[in-house]
Design a protein around this ligand. Sequence first.
Ligand code: NAD
Length: 490
Amino acid sequence: HCRPLRGDTLAFIDRVQGLRIGGAWGAQASDGGTFASVDPATARELGEIAAATPADVDLAVAAAARALDAPEWRDISPATRAQYLFDLADAVERNLETLAELESLDMGKPIAQARDDMGGVALVFRYYGGWPTKLEGDINPVRQPFMGLTLRQPIGVCAAITPWNFPLVMASHKIGPALAAGNTVVLKPAELSSYSTLFLADLAREVGLPDGVLNVVTGAGSVVGEALTTHPEVRKVSFTGSSPVGQHILAVASPLMKKVSVELGGKTANIVFPDADLQKAAAGSAEAVWENAGQVCVAPTRLFVHESIADEMVRLLAEETAKLRLGDPLDEATTIGPLVSAKQFATVSGYVDAARAEGGTIAVGGEAPAGEGFFLEPTIVTGVTNDMRVAREEIFGPVLSVITFTDEEEALRLANTSDYDLSAALWTRDIARVHRLTQRLRGGLVWVNTVGKLDPGISFGGQHQSGNSRELGRESVLEYTKSKSVFIDP
Ligand code: NAD
């Protein structure tokens, strides 16, 4: 490793070899070999990670199925289940520096952002620690003399599949509500960023979570993910990732009668009206669109700006963008790191070329700085129209398209013209407009005078090509339960 790293980080990378099934390292049914994890800031290999086989998936699911029915999980009080989640939150905070460094190295996010993310993971576990004691059922008004009850029970073994952009945050969105509701989990992290999730499995053991309640299997989506989503013992599949893979998972897992939740891609519309606080809009939009080098599902990549303020907004955004420090993610001053992989770099650069070819103007950035790693400058494209590829397709990199509009109806029509339906934002001081547009903008989340913020207490999720479920909040924990009605003749 070419930079000074924490001892804990190095020790962990050197130690990781096997999978994390039923509480033990390296419980592998067969030898699937390993795959390399690459540091995107240097393009050098960080270490080797076990490539699980379908037989390993069988082993992990069997461990999760045993744990589901083991008295030390099934029969514990809700308060004890809550305590495990609180303890997991504390353990994440105790190991925050190591976890942040692992994610920063593994997928290239700036260390300061990685710390914020890990703080967020602890908040999610703590939030869901509040739920086991509050998952109440119903007493239903049925005809006398009968009594009707509705119980909320765990669904069973849950398969969780996560993307590389927010590795542990995405894992917490699934593990938190799944465990709160009494399920057990087999989680497969993305090949490009598996370390922090493997570390979490160690923390689960440290806090005494019963063996098999949380299992981690690493490897290729087409092998390990496929085996997991089609496994007969898995009752629920929760996937976050790209829309094509989400469609595939729905196609293979739904006929097997599993509950399938998918959280997919996005193309967030961000509308700025002339009556907005433009400085605040520029600062908030820049922060959200460049975070994680634009590799964020809710990144506000389509900026719709009223024609009367378009030049001013682009100037302010360029000013905000100039404040960014692109560089080594482990450097405290860095605010924008590399893209996650050579492939991602090629895809995103291709969109910059496409923007030029389709008549857009590269107002800011667009170049790859010289040197090692998969870095690309934050790029603002002006003169974009809604039919251009940069306006329609999810780029998943630091590319912002600026599109002008003349009135509210046009803004709404343009914003709502997308295959994705994840989220939207508007900036205005007009309260009537806020009410009109929050009703009519498509998507599962609308921000007003802010953008990109999430909180464990409020759910989010998309529709159409952006998905079919909710994560966070009460809605998500209910999605990890099944109801059972009980009809009693006294
Ligand atoms: P991806 O779809 O390529 O991979 C996601 C996960 O699915 C990985 O773990 C991968 O190994 C696995 N996978 C791949 N093929 C599979 C298969 N056949 N069966 C089962 N699993 C399989 O996505 P990615 O590139 O890791 O992540 C980026 C995407 O995730 C973007 O589209 C982004 O918008 C989306 N995302 C969405 C949200 C949200 O909440 N809506 C959040 C973060 C990321």
